[in-house]
Design a protein around this ligand. Structure first.
Ligand SMILES: Nc1ncnc2c1ncn2[C@@H]1O[C@H](COP(=O)(O)OP(=O)(O)OP(=O)(O)O)[C@@H](O)[C@H]1O
Ligand SMILES: [Mg+2]
Length: 303
């Protein structure tokens, strides 16, 4: 985990439902607590991080301060496109016209990978020290709550694809700049979130190999989320199995089996990913993950 917060961009991905948004929120809290001006970014109009960290930030596709150093934005490709057209083309009036034209908008939105390109363009813009957005203040760190593995990888790849297809001109040039930033291990770190279960672990291993093939990057960190302490020995488990059936022995046996399997999957991860840093986050036994619970998880990212 050494140097994780020295990057400009942390990309958080992993299987659906494993806790990506929770981890992105916790990383945002951890980074801002270290004094970094941080923004947590959600995409495709999702607002799970916003809801977890604050209740009143929904529905606005703009940068919002949640705290002194912690900010949030939910990126909408349409807004990103309008911003891009305003700033990137030296054709003010034409750009405004184009961005209002429904046909053009529909065309753009239908081009495969265009939404991903526009989204990653905005993420890149947020991570620049010299912001292009009017009045944009620089951030020390951008935490991207990326989509689940396959779509997350496609999103990371979109700028390279467009640069290759366009070859020359402003789209190619910008696509290349964004793509180069995303594969620069000094600036971009990709984190995989997993739970300690067979399928998410398998997906994490696949993510690592596809990421390497696609961009040459390795995972900077694997976060194993929602881990329950394993407090039963093999002998305890045998005793429980032999004990007369009761609701209590049933529950204890369930807990013993569950936590044993979790820890076997953590061992599998460690053995399959030598050299990759791994952090475990505890299962939080609460009906909802409130700010206090997220602060607790954020504490696990201490060096
Ligand atoms: N460590 C934890 N302890 C207990 N509950 C957790 C923990 N981490 C996440 N959860 C809960 O699990 C659910 C899924 O978490 P989260 O929304 O962060 O997953 P996700 O990977 O972002 O999902 P999606 O793929 O839908 O975006 C949420 O209800 C969240 O509160
Ligand atoms: Mg999520």
């Amino acid at each position: 985990m050494h140097g994780l917060f020295d990057h400009s961009l942390l990309v958080v991905t992993g299987k659906g439902g494993v806790g990506k948004s929770t981890v992105a929120a916790a990383l945002g809290l951890a980074a801002s607590a270290r004094g970094l001006r941080t923004i947590v970014v959600e995409v495709a109009a999702r607002e799970d991080v916003a809801r977890a960290l604050a209740s009143n930030v929904a529905g606005v596709y703009a940068e919002r301060a949640l705290d002194e150093r912690l900010h949030h934005i939910s990126i909408d490709p349409q807004h990103a496109m309008e911003e891009y057209l305003r700033g990137a083309l030296p054709l003010g009036a034409l750009a405004a016209l184009l961005s209002r034209s429904r046909i053009f908008t529909t065309l753009i939105a239908a081009a495969p990978g265009m939404r991903e390109l526009l989204t990653m363009g905005k993420v890149w813009e947020l991570a620049q020290h010299e912001r292009r957005a009017r009045d944009g203040e620089p951030y020390d760190l951008v935490v991207l709550d990326a989509p689940a593995t396959g779509h997350g990888l496609a999103m990371l790849q979109a700028p390279r694809t467009f640069a290759t297809v366009a070859r020359v001109g402003p789209v190619a040039g910008q696509g290349r700049a964004i793509a180069d930033f995303l594969v620069d291990p000094r600036r971009t770190a990709v984190l995989a979130v997993s739970t300690a279960e067979e399928m998410p672990v398998t997906e994490t291993l696949q993510l690592r190999s596809q990421l390497g093939k696609q961009s040459g990057l390795d995972l900077s960190l694997v976060v194993v989320n929602a881990v329950v302490p394993h407090r039963f020995s093999a002998a305890d488990e045998r005793t429980l199995r032999a004990a007369p059936r009761s609701p209590a022995s049933h529950a204890a046996l369930f807990a013993a089996t569950w936590t044993r399997q979790q820890h076997a999957q953590i061992t599998r991860l460690r053995q399959s990913l030598p050299g990759v840093a791994l952090v475990t986050l505890p299962f939080v036994f609460r009906s909802a993950l409130d700010r206090a619970a997220l602060e607790l998880l954020a504490g696990e990212f201490e060096p």
